[in-house]
Design a protein around this ligand. Sequence first.
Ligand SMILES: NC(=O)c1ccc[n+]([C@@H]2O[C@H](COP(=O)([O-])OP(=O)(O)OC[C@H]3O[C@@H](n4cnc5c(N)ncnc54)[C@H](O)[C@@H]3O)[C@@H](O)[C@H]2O)c1
Ligand SMILES: [Zn+2]
Ligand SMILES: [Zn+2]
Length: 345
Amino acid sequence: MQALVYNGPGIKNVEDRAKPVVRMPGDAIVRITKTTICGTDLHILKGDVPTCLPGTVLGHEGVGIVDAVGAGVTTFKVGDPVLISCITACGRCDFCRRGMYSHCTTGGWILGNQIDGTQAEYVRVPYADTSLYPIPAGSDEEALVMLSDILPTGLECGVLNGKVQPGSTVAIVGSGPIGLAALLTAQFYAPSVMIMIDLDDNRLDVGRRFGATATVNSAAGDAAQQVMKLTDGRGVDTAIEAVGIPATFELCQAIVAAGGVIANVGVHGVKADLHLERLWSHNVTITTRLVDTTSIPMLLKTVQSRRIDAKQLITHRFKLGQILQAYETFGKASDTKALKVIIEA
Ligand SMILES: NC(=O)c1ccc[n+]([C@@H]2O[C@H](COP(=O)([O-])OP(=O)(O)OC[C@H]3O[C@@H](n4cnc5c(N)ncnc54)[C@H](O)[C@@H]3O)[C@@H](O)[C@H]2O)c1
Ligand SMILES: [Zn+2]
Ligand SMILES: [Zn+2]
């Protein structure tokens, strides 16, 4: 089968690989129909993710058809259409029993990281009963690819951790796929102000189309002042960090209102300053989270009932044979205006 393989920092190749087989009773083999590329795959290619060893098939998102199941799989059978969670959950360990699938002691984020992932014709999914989700008949498969990772991430790490409430004020720093996913899912809770902040005017335009009430281009360095102006000098109740660099985490500290929450989503590679000398008296909460994908069943219903249009996040489509071109397009988002690219296997 064809697969996109990480072969060390800066090196990726399309290779001919053996089709995966069931190794454990809980495994399912899924024939991938649609997958995508995540910003995190680009982090791996930069060499930022040491757990991902050269030789690993990348990808942790996708939908497909069950091709084989181990003897222990009871929820799925061959031929079932399934959504693959980016997080593998045993369902039994202490963390899984608390709904913290991301910290599953024998799972977590392993697909396309510690084991071969979804950017291939087939993938082996361990603990299939608790890591796959049935796709309801009549669903738009492309839209559901957005539920493997980015919509749960925006919702769980950004909106839920950030305690977005009816009438509350929200700023999202970073208008990439994750920030936009937070913007879409924040609207379940009807905040009164939703400010998108980015350096890229195209992505801010998308933010406005997706429901932002205001946008701020932070290139000029006065983003904090602009947010203060938009919130009567108070700042926002929820500041969502969806970039992953010190400057944006510090911006969140400058714009959070007293009593507010800074919900960090971004993956940080270097240390960032915490301004306790100012924030100690402001009753703020800072949260961090690796997505658990516990919200997938809820999000499936909201996509089915058209409460949310997940497909809006898709800008480009490729065949698996063109995956290098898909990476090129996704990696140059500021030129290509790419958000999510669909890869059809
Ligand atoms: N916590 C989790 O479980 C989890 C899951 C998935 C992704 N992530 C992380 O979320 C972050 C966002 O993901 P993405 O796919 O949307 O990334 P992305 O790179 O596509 O988007 C980031 C956006 O931030 C903007 N940006 C960069 N520097 C900026 C600055 N100084 N000020 C304002 N905006 C700036 C960019 O223009 C871009 O639009 C990444 O760090 C990713 O690794 C975290
Ligand atoms: Zn991802
Ligand atoms: Zn577990």
